[in-house]
Design a protein around this ligand. Sequence first.
Ligand SMILES: Nc1nc2c(ncn2[C@@H]2O[C@H](COP(=O)(O)OP(=O)(O)OP(=O)(O)O)[C@@H](O)[C@H]2O)c(=O)[nH]1
Ligand SMILES: [Mg+2]
Length: 458
Amino acid sequence: MSILRVKTTEARVGVVGLYSAGKTVLLTSLINHLQDHDPDRFPLGKPGTQLRRFTVHEPDRGWDAFNYAGHRDSLVNYGRWPEKTKDRSQFVCQFERGDWRFSDCLLKLYDLPGERIADAGMLGRDFTGWSERMLNQFVNDTTYRTCSAPFLEAMKKPGVTESELLSTYRLALANLILNYKPLITPSTFLLDLKGQPARPAAAEELAATRHCGIDADTQFCPLPAGLRKHGTDLFDTFSSRYGQYVEQVVVPTIAAFRSCTALVVLVDVTMLLAGGVGMYDDNRQIVRDLFDVLSPGENRIFGPLARGLSKVFLPHQLRPGWITRVAFCAPKMDLVHPLDRDRMLLLMRRMVERFAADRDGLRYQFFNVSSVVSTKALPAEPTGPRVLVGTPLRGPDGKKIPPGAEQRFTASELPDDWPLEWPAGRYAFPEVYPKMPARKDYPPDQVNVDKLATFVIE
Ligand SMILES: Nc1nc2c(ncn2[C@@H]2O[C@H](COP(=O)(O)OP(=O)(O)OP(=O)(O)O)[C@@H](O)[C@H]2O)c(=O)[nH]1
Ligand SMILES: [Mg+2]
C-alpha cells in the first residue's frame, strides 16, 4: 500500500442465482478484467480510473478458494464454459484504484452452487415451520399437487412408514425437476454434498438413486400436523435430521452471505422464459426467501451514521457488515437480440423490484449483462426474426456437440411483459460456446459487467 493510502475499504460481494444462471462465468470475467485491467475496456468508477497493484490473497478460514485459474483456463485454452459449481467458494484480492485517493480496496467475492438457494426458506424456521410451508405449497399449487400426488396420499395413510414417506417425497422432487421447477429442497437431492448432480433420468430412477438429506441415513421430508407429535419416533428423527441439515448445509452456504456488503442477484430471464411459468414462480419465491433471510437494507440498530464511522475508525476486519446494495442482474444478454435487450431489463424489474423497494435504506439497480460476449446479432425488423451468429453448443436433439463452425440461429423475441401463463419450450435461446480472444492475457468482451462492478464495489 502506498503511504497516502491509510486505510483499506473492504467490499464483500455475494453472487446468488439459480443453477446455470451464470454466476461463475460472471465472477471469472470480473476477476479477469480487474486483474488485467484496461480502463478503456472496463471503465470502473470515475472515467479513466486505473487499477494498480492487484494481488490475490488466501480465502478466509473455512472457505475454499474460487478456482479462477481453472475457470479461465477452460474458457481460454479449451473453449469451454467453466464446470458447474459443486461447493461454496471465495476469491479475495486487493488493489488500488486511481479514483480512491486515501484507501485501497480489499474485495471478497462469493460463489455458491445455485441449487443451494432453494434451501433459503429453511433458515429461521424449525422443522414444524418448514413442514407447514412446504405442504402449503404442495397442496395449493397445481403443479406441486400433481407432482406430489403419491406423497400427499401416503401422508394420509394410517400407519404410514418412514420409508414410504421418503420414497414418495423423493418421487415428488423428481417430478418437480422434470417439470422445470427449481425449488427443490433439501437441495442435496439435486446436488449432493460430494458434488454429484442429479443426472437426467426418469422420475422413478431419480427417486431411487438420490437422497433427500445429507446422505442415505439422514433423510427427511415435511410432515403434516397429524404426524408432528413430539415424542414420536418419526417426528423426533426427522426434526433432528432437519436441524443437522440446516446446520451443516444451509447455514454455512446461505447465512454466510448475510455479512456481504453487496449482493448480486442473477435472474436469468432467458432460462425463465424457456422453462415456463412454473420456473418463473419458483425463482420469484426463492428471491423472496433470500431477501427474508439475508435482510438487505440499512441496519436499523446501527444505522448509516455508525456504518460511516466504522468505515473510518475500525480496522476492516472489525467493521460490521450488512448488505446495503443489491444489483439485480439479467445475464447472457448476448443470447437475446439487441432489439429485445431493454425488454429483458424490464422483465427482470417487473419480477423482483418489489422485494427491494420494500426495504428501507437499500440501494438497488438493474443491469443486463454479458459476461463473455459470444454471439453477434444480425440486423432485424422490429417484428422480424431475431437472428444471431455463434457456435452452437447443442445439436437439434438437445445433446451437447463438439465446437464446430459458427452458425446463424434464431432466438425468441421477448414479450413486453411476463405472460400470464406459458409452457416450457415456447421461448428458446440456443446456448453457444464461449468466444474468447485468441490472445491469452486479454479478458473477454463484456457488456455492463463494468457498470455492475462500479455499483457493488463502493
Ligand atoms: N452466451 C452466454 N452464455 C453464458 C454467459 N454466462 C453464462 N453462460 C451460460 O450459462 C452456463 C452456466 O454458467 P455458470 O456461470 O456456470 O452458471 P452458475 O450460475 O455458476 O451455475 P451453478 O454453478 O450450477 O450454480 C454456461 O455454461 C453458459 O452456457 C454469457 O455471458 N454469455
Ligand atoms: Mg457456478
